[in-house]
Design a protein around this ligand. Structure first.
Ligand code: NAP
Length: 366
């Protein structure tokens, strides 16, 4: 019997147990409804959930849900939250809001590819109407063309309300492509031509942004750095400069940060975001600069695809975690994730500059 022909998780589990010899008792215990929209469901994998914070974000004290198996992570983020909140909180600002999808078209020649992109530019309103037809939230903002040889890449940029928007835009983009091909005869080779760039680290995502582009900042006093982080402004700035900037440049890394992926992954899993987007969301800049007697700390995340509705946010445990976060809109989710990353970055930069990293992991992580 093929698994997809069975109606319930229990039936599929029985088959898997028989075929594999494994017992799925723990996997069977969960709160998920049967209609979770994945195929061949047999149960759920559980990840421990911890709460870091509170951290003051734009004047609101926020608790941060983190789903992780890494010991010391929740404690570390909590320490960063304390440093931020004792310093008066952080300010998070959404700079840009644009989900993207980029189909690739093959034209007979480079000359015709150029003419094709010119046609797209002069028919934006009709293409926009086709894209938005099936959604009450999708709003196409721009179509940006790139030509390589006789290939034309069209990068669709859209706002998607409070949804992360990848399904919404892919469906809308499909309708727009149907309209474009019917009008021009151009051959769409793939609805996603990787200039999106979805679920991959890319210079394009870092520079142009994708989903929400967010900056978050806090000013830490010398006293807070001494009391909470057990180090000095000079040391923390020096560690961040040599590690986040020089080390990342030497490695050819897009991640000009200490461990943003740790917090992004843990918050994405807890809050029902798509964990595959950690690949792009974790490329960000963590900067520490001297300010007064302390430090100006900031994190800039150009490529943060998040939502407060749709996708995995519908699941029961993820909805509860979103309620703990208290973020009702996609923008608020983005601001809180960025604040969590800032807290994690501050704490790790502090631990490294105080020589505490290995000690904390030995005590808390093993
Ligand atoms: P979605 O659940 O597919 O769509 C959001 C739904 O929520 C729409 O039906 C929308 O209505 C509705 N909605 C209600 N209130 C809304 C509000 N205030 N703002 C926005 N929408 C609202 O979610 P999605 O964010 O588009 O897609 C997320 C999923 O895409 C994730 O599961 C992710 O894993 C997956 N994904 C897909 C692709 C792909 O290529 N398809 C790629 C990466 C990830 P309307 O329809 O009327 O707008």
């Amino acid at each position: 019997m093929r698994l997809h022909e069975l109606k319930t998780s229990a039936e599929r589990r029985a088959v898997v147990e028989k075929e594999s010899g494994a017992k799925l008792d723990a996997i069977s215990r969960n709160s998920l409804p049967e209609d979770t929209r994945i195929e061949n469901m047999v149960g759920a994998t559980q990840v421990p959930l911890g709460i870091a914070g509170p951290v003051r974000v734009n004047g609101r004290d926020v608790l941060l849900p983190l789903a992780t198996t890494e010991g010391a992570l929740v404690a570390s983020v909590s320490r960063g939250c304390r440093a931020i909140t004792e310093s008066g909180g952080c300010t998070a600002i959404v700079l840009k809001d644009a989900m993207t999808r980029a189909p690739v078209f093959r034209l007979p020649s480079a000359k015709e590819a150029v003419a094709f992109t010119a046609w797209v530019g002069s028919h934006f309103q009709e293409i926009k109407a086709a894209a938005e037809e099936g959604s009450s939230h999708l709003r196409l903002q721009a179509i940006r063309p790139w030509i390589v040889g006789r290939n034309a890449f069209l990068r669709f940029e859209a706002t998607t309300g409070d949804a992360m928007g990848m399904n919404m835009l892919t469906i809308g983009c499909g309708k727009a492509v149907d309209y474009i091909t019917a009008q021009t005869g151009a051959d769409c080779v793939a609805l996603s031509g990787n200039m999106c760039a979805d679920k991959k680290p890319s210079a394009l995502g870092l520079i142009e942004g994708r989903g929400k582009s967010v900056v978050v900042e806090a000013v830490l006093s010398a006293k807070t750095i001494k009391d909470v982080l057990k180090t000095t402004p000079e040391r923390i700035v020096d560690v961040a400069y040599r590690k986040n900037l020089i080390g990342s440049a030497l490695a050819g890394s897009h991640g000009f940060n200490a461990h943003a992926a740790n917090i992004v992954a843990a918050m994405f899993i807890a809050l029902g975001q798509d964990p595959a987007h950690v690949a792009e969301a974790s490329q960000c800049f963590s900067l520490f600069e001297r300010e007064g007697d302390g430090v100006h700390a900031s994190v800039t995340m150009p490529d943060l695809p998040v939502g407060s509705v749709g996708g995995g946010t519908r699941l029961p445990t993820q909805r509860e975690a979103l309620a703990v976060l208290g973020a009702k809109t996609a923008r608020e989710v983005a601001e809180c994730v960025a604040a969590g990353v800032l807290a994690g970055e501050i704490s790790l930069a502090g631990a490294l500059s105080a020589g505490q990293l290995a000690k904390a992991h030995k005590e808390l992580g093993r």
